[in-house]
Design a protein around this ligand. Structure first.
Ligand SMILES: [Zn+2]
Ligand SMILES: [Zn+2]
Length: 164
């Protein structure tokens, strides 16, 4: 694991409800998606999107994540209050992998590799061509105002107090 290149770069993120927030001061250059069946279950999706972080470069600035041991040496971290999946941690390792979707800017670290191809969805190669219904403002126009007015999701930046 020590051959992974370390990039000194700041990033922040957290869970949907805002009970958990983190800062990183460096990443390992390992942004990836994993199609394996355990990652599918852990994030409730077709694949997990993850990026590596040296453990010494990660600070939980609000809250303490809950953990589920998905196997003897692997912990899956999540928010106990809202359920957002937050990390994959190989316990003996020097780094862990945070979920890319939990970043305040989820486009910050584009994936470079795919793992777990034994469980890849058979139609995954065509996913970009699936029929596109448009932006939320277009497809759910009658609900957008109500969603905004009652939005309980933490914003994509740090907050001094939460809930506001
Ligand atoms: Zn939460
Ligand atoms: Zn996996």
């Amino acid at each position: 694991m020590s051959d992974k290149s370390r990039l000194e770069v700041a990033a922040s993120g957290g869970c949907q409800c805002g009970a958990l927030r983190y800062h990183v001061s460096a990443v390992t250059d390992t942004s990836h998606i994993c199609h394996c069946r355990m990652c599918q279950k852990a994030v409730g999706s077709f694949f997990a999107a993850l990026f590596g972080v040296p453990k010494d470069a990660l600070v939980w600035t609000r809250g303490e994540p809950a953990r589920f041991m998905s196997s003897e040496h692997v912990a899956r971290g999540f928010c106990a209050q809202c359920g957002t999946p937050l990390f994959y941690e190989y316990m003996p390792g020097d780094d862990l992998a945070l979920t890319t979707g939990s970043l305040d800017d989820p486009a910050q670290f584009p994936p470079k590799d795919q793992f777990g191809l034994e469980a890849v969805m058979p139609w995954f190669g065509g996913i970009a061509d699936v029929r596109k219904a448009g932006a939320t403002e277009e497809t759910m126009a009658e609900f957008v105002g109500g969603i905004r007015a009652s939005n309980h999701q933490h914003p994509d930046h740090d907050t001094d107090h939460w809930p506001a």
